[in-house]
Write a protein of this length. Structure first.
Length: 268
């Protein structure tokens, strides 16, 4: 990586590119509930995917990320790869993109989308699948999966996969934008969206959307770690709902009472 980061910089882990056969590009950019990111991170871990490249950008928020080992780094997007020949049950090579952030402005989002597709085109990628959030504003017991695609043939396959076809609306951010940019450059794109409240980091929704993705790919992976996180999400939601109910009851019993603000201890 150069000493001066002016816009975007791609840092490959090796000068020797892996030999991949038209891999699917599967993206889970961080967004509401982190549903796509959690799902892709789990898939990367379970497939033991190999690191391909990091993308650094001055369009990411001006902050660092502290990893689990205590190491601080600039925000980045990262691409891993998995080969069908080394993944039991897989019929497709895959490029798997995860990240710490999305660009903060529209021009940079378009530029990053183009840059990611440039990388995918090095391996003759033909299909992009992104995982996104369908924000409901309320907690959902069994999250449904919605879908849209840039090709009508793909849309026609949704019903057999229990995916509800979107027929209106927009998809903001990179998870939507990159399949639109991909279409202009000759790639088929699919965006899967899972219902989530938008209030919590939602591993339960991540599990649901990953199961839908695996059905499309005809792939099976160990879900036990994600299932535990999903149960943690359930417990958190129940706690929030209980606290909300208690607060409503307290306000009914003691109307008009002002309470001292709670120190949340957020780190800026």
């Amino acid at each position: 990586m150069s000493s001066s980061l002016q816009r975007n910089e791609v840092v490959y882990s090796s000068a020797n590119m892996p030999q991949l056969q038209s891999p699917f590009l599967i993206c889970g950019f961080p967004g509401s509930g982190y549903v796509g990111k959690i799902a892709i991170d789990h898939l990367i871990q379970e497939l033991n995917a190999s690191h391909l490249a990091d993308i650094y950008s001055s369009s990411f928020p001006p902050q660092i990320v502290i990893r689990g080992d205590g190491i601080a780094e600039l925000m980045k997007n990262t691409i891993f790869y998995s080969k069908a020949s080394t993944t039991p049950g897989s019929n497709h090579d895959m490029l798997l993109l995860t990240g710490d952030s999305q660009p903060e402005n529209p021009n940079s989002a378009y530029f990053l989308s183009d840059q990611i597709i440039d990388i995918a085109n090095k391996f003759s990628t033909k299909k992009i699948i992104t995982l996104a959030a369908y924000v409901t504003g309320t907690f959902v017991d069994k999250p449904r999966i919605f879908g849209t695609a840039t090709d009508s043939n793909i849309v026609r396959t949704f019903k057999e996969k229990n995916i509800l076809t979107m027929d209106s609306g927009t998809i903001a951010g990179m998870n939507g934008l990159i399949i639109g940019v991909g279409k202009l450059r000759g790639l088929q794109g699919t965006c899967l969206l899972v219902e989530t409240s938008g209030y919590v980091v939602d591993a339960k929704a991540s599990k649901a959307i990953l199961e839908s993705l695996l059905s499309i790919l005809g792939l099976t992976v160990d879900m036990s770690n994600l299932e535990k996180k999903a149960r943690d999400t359930e417990a958190l939601i129940q706690t929030i709902q209980q606290q909300a109910a208690e607060k409503v009851l307290e306000n009914q019993q003691h109307p008009g009472v002002l309470r001292k603000p709670v120190n949340t201890g957020y780190i800026s």
